[in-house]
Design a protein around this ligand. Structure first.
Ligand code: PLP
Length: 493
């Protein structure tokens, strides 16, 4: 019988991936046991020794060992440490026996940040929002009866043009309604022909990037950044140039000037994930950069409807005088994400190109739903709902801030901002935000770990917490759960 770190196979733990580190470690050890590299009876290294060896927290190793024990791969005896079970039970072997290989072929999983995750959308909870699902509005407050009346009327009317493929750029009256709304709410001057209705902001990002970029191009991207855009850019094979973000937004002056970029992606109203608002000065700098670099700016204005301290700053699109900004918006954050309706305002020079790209992507979202949405906007329900939600989110946001101050005041350093539907908070090193998020999810609480959202070396651990989808009691209970998880993870550090 033997024990040694040396006998462990090479374990490479990715810190920037979506798979929690303890899962990566247990998977690596499970594989080594099944391949016979860790023979039955082998004593595993102590959790302390292995955590030092791998440079991960001891809790990560303990969680991985617990998992292997639960699966029947190891046994622990007082004073004798943890060993690989000898012999391995047949039931364990049968469960993990390698099945016949899948047909070979050039199948490529979509790359997500840090690996093949299936993308950002796939990270959402399939059974509905939890406290603190990010990007999800108050579904409990949406007027579904009214909505189903409007949608039902459109379905019953059976107008032929709504049941055909329809205009590839979107239902024309909705495009007009969006152009008018943006003029009033965001000071954006655009013609309805420049409005392309898309399958959420996600498809708008995809279309914009495909139109502007070619494989091998470079893109300036906020660091940390929105995982949905990284899905798109990774799939296009472009090079990302991370640009740090501070309290005034993207520090464009600190971007790598040696590599010419063709596009910059920004979230100026409410930086995703940190939540800061880009100052007017930075907006002007960014527009100036685009002019001098002959580049495009993609402005993702995903939740600007929620500004809690006066009027929001003008959108980049409204400040742009050279037609270089593609402006993206979505109904996901105001109505409900399952609607899958967003839009992109394209500069007049590109407006002809867009519809031509649509057929291969399946056209625009169902026109019958676009028509119902248009009715909802035209009858004033949209504006009314935004007003009501703004009031509600002020309350939910302060419930979250109060609960964080009360239960996690010593641990979470909140980034204070006055817009949007989520807050970010930094955690002290060496707390492992991905592990905390994974453990919290097991307890029914959804938070987004901050560190994997960074590309560059300045990554800091933290949590991103949506406050719109849960009521006050769920918020308080959620923070208590988080505090318990963090406390249990913090032990032994
Ligand atoms: C930065 C950002 N962009 C866009 C979206 C919305 O995407 P979609 O309209 O595809 O639901 C979100 C939602 O969370 C977001 O956080």
């Amino acid at each position: 019988m033997h024990s040694a770190i040396a006998e462990l196979p090479l374990v490479i733990i990715r810190r920037d991936g979506d798979v929690p580190m303890h899962c990566q470690l247990s998977a690596a050890m499970r594989g080594a046991i099944l391949r016979g590299e860790l023979a039955p009876g082998t004593r595993l290294p102590s959790t302390r020794a292995l955590s030092l060896e791998l440079g991960v927290s001891r809790n990560t190793v303990i969680a991985a060992y617990d998992q292997l024990y639960a699966e029947g791969f190891t046994e622990a005896q007082r004073g004798r440490g943890t060993r690989v079970v000898s012999p391995l039970p047949e039931v364990v072997l049968r469960l993990h026996r390698v099945s016949a290989p899948l047909p070979s072929g050039d199948v490529r999983a979509p790359a997500g940040p840090g690996g093949s995750t299936g993308g950002w959308l796939a990270t959402h909870d399939p059974d509905g929002p939890l406290a603190f699902s990010v990007g999800v509005p108050a579904l409990d407050q949406f007027p579904f009866t009214l909505w189903s009346r409007l949608a039902g009327r459109r379905l019953r009317q059976g107008a032929r043009e709504l049941f055909d493929y329809g205009d590839l750029a979107g239902y024309p009256p909705l495009r007009t309604a969006i152009a008018e709304y943006l003029g009033i709410a965001r000071g954006i001057g655009c013609r309805p022909e420049q409005v392309m209705v898309t399958l959420g902001a996600q498809q708008a990002l995809d279309l914009a990037a495909r139109l502007i970029l070619r494989s091998g191009d470079s893109v300036l991207i906020e660091d940390p950044s929105y995982p949905g855009v990284r899905d798109v850019l990774d799939n296009l094979g472009v090079e990302l140039i991370p640009v740090p973000v501070d309290g005034e937004g993207m520090r464009i002056q600190d971007g790598d000037r040696t590599r010419p970029a063709r596009m910059a992606y920004v979230t100026p109203s409410h930086q995703f994930p940190l939540g800061v608002t880009m100052s007017l000065e930075r907006r002007m700098e960014l527009l100036e950069w685009a002019r001098s670099a002959d580049a495009w700016i993609v402005e993702d204005d995903y939740d600007s409807a929620y500004c809690y301290g006066g009027r929001p700053l003008p959108a980049l699109h409204a400040l742009d005088t050279s037609g270089r900004v593609l402006y993206i918006g979505t109904f996901s954050t105001v109505l409900f994400p399952g609607l899958r309706i967003g839009y992109v305002i394209v500069p007049a020079a590109l407006a002809q190109e867009f519809p031509g790209m649509r057929p291969s992507l399946g056209g625009s979202p169902p026109h019958v739903l676009q028509a119902a949405l248009c009715d909802f906007v035209r009858a004033g329900h949209f504006a009314q709902h935004v007003r009501r939600m703004r009031g509600l989110y002020v309350e939910r946001r302060s419930s979250l801030l109060n609960a964080l101050a009360r239960y996690l005041g010593e641990v979470v350093q909140v980034v204070h901002t006055n817009t949007g539907m989520h807050l970010a908070g930094f955690l002290p090193e060496p707390l492992d935000d991905a592990c905390i998020a994974a453990e919290a999810r097991r307890h029914g609480v959804s938070v987004l770990p901050l560190k994997p959202l960074y590309i560059g070396p300045a990554a800091r651990p933290g949590l991103v917490m949506g406050f719109a989808a849960a009521d006050r009691d769920a918020i308080t209970a959620g923070v208590q759960t988080l505090a318990a998880v963090i406390e249990s993870m913090g032990k032994g550090l």
